[in-house]
Design a protein around this ligand. Structure first.
Ligand code: RRO
Length: 301
């Protein structure tokens, strides 16, 4: 049984995608993840200039999820283009994630990267960096305008990654669609924090971090479910996917593909194949021919 999926003009060999933020800054790691079975890989978010990120601790393991405060560490645009050329020479399906603090920077990044990727993923939702970039994803007209400007500069599909703001997600996703997005990724991590009771201070240098993993799943799932009711473009689910059951939940809520990030820490790279096998088996057992027929089924009453 085939589980290839199409996201607008993009076609993937299966619905599992490496989420941005993990194993995404070098050609060798991106190629390794693709070879392990992912249908596509998303790079770490790229900024124009190299960025060292925050001081440690940058990751807190809560037991029921993680809070990260990486602070956008990446080697910058020029170095990432060198890596992307290698990735593309291996026929890997590659999405380049971009992060900027204003629309002009986003446009610049898009115009420079569009020749080296299969799609651009606009990160409008980083919870850990101070500045304008993180506000864009909370304000529908800014989402629409940023998406539109990037769309004009891009020769490849534009995917917009949004924050897990359940109450606003219909407006935000519609804004992305109106701006020309080919798909939305729901969601980035949730703004969160941790306080050290001994020092009586926030643990993370940037105070706030991004909550990912199991604790994020119900929030992101609700975003997918809600957005599916208003959107025409495909949704990529992201947040706390550890098993084929998690993946199927997202598909039933309305996702056409899913991204995996935090789970790689404990489950390893075998997770992509494992989830694909689980989805195939589920389709067979339920007499469903195509994965597409599963998308959004939880909405039928
Ligand atoms: O690098 C980060 O701190 C980070 C980013 Br850019 C993001 O989009 N989401 C996240 O949880 N961390």
């Amino acid at each position: 049984m085939s589980i290839n999926v199409s996201l607008g003009a993009l076609s993937l060999r299966n619905p599992t995608i490496l989420a941005s933020g993990i194993l995404g800054t070098t050609a060798s790691s991106l190629i390794r993840v693709y070879k392990s079975g992912a249908g596509a890989v998303v790079s770490k978010s790229i900024s124009i200039n190299p960025n060292e990120g925050y001081k440690t601790p940058v990751l807190i393991d809560l037991g029921y999820g993680y809070i990260n405060s990486m602070g956008l560490p990446n080697p910058g645009l020029d170095e990432m283009i060198v890596e992307f050329k290698v990735v593309k020479s291996k026929k890997v399906k590659l999405f380049g994630s971009i992060f900027a603090s204003d629309i002009d920077e986003f446009k610049y990044l898009a115009s420079k990267l569009t020749d080296y990727v299969d799609a651009l993923e606009l990160n409008l939702s980083c919870p850990t960096k101070m500045g304008v970039g993180l506000e864009i994803g909370k304000i529908p007209w800014m989402v629409e305008e940023t998406t539109r400007e990037v769309y004009k500069k891009s020769k490849v599909p534009v995917i917009v990654k949004l924050p897990p703001l359940v109450t606003l997600i219909d407006e935000l996703t519609l804004a992305a669609e109106d701006g020309g997005a080919s798909a939305v990724t729901l969601t980035n991590t949730a703004k969160a924090m941790k306080i050290d009771v001994f020092s009586k201070k926030p643990i993370l240098q940037g105070v706030y971090g991004g909550l990912s993993g199991k604790a994020l799943k119900p929030l992101s799932l609700a975003c997918v479910f809600k957005a599916y009711e208003v959107l025409s473009i495909p949704i990529i689910g992201c947040g706390g996917i550890y098993s084929w059951e998690d993946a199927v939940e997202y598909i039933l809520a309305g996702a056409k593909a899913i991204q995996i990030g935090s789970a790689i820490v404990s489950e390893g790279l075998g997770i992509f194949k494992k989830i694909c096998i689980g989805i195939k088996k589920y389709l067979e057992e339920n007499n469903i021919d195509k994965i597409n027929d599963l998308v959004g089924l939880a909405h039928r009453r």
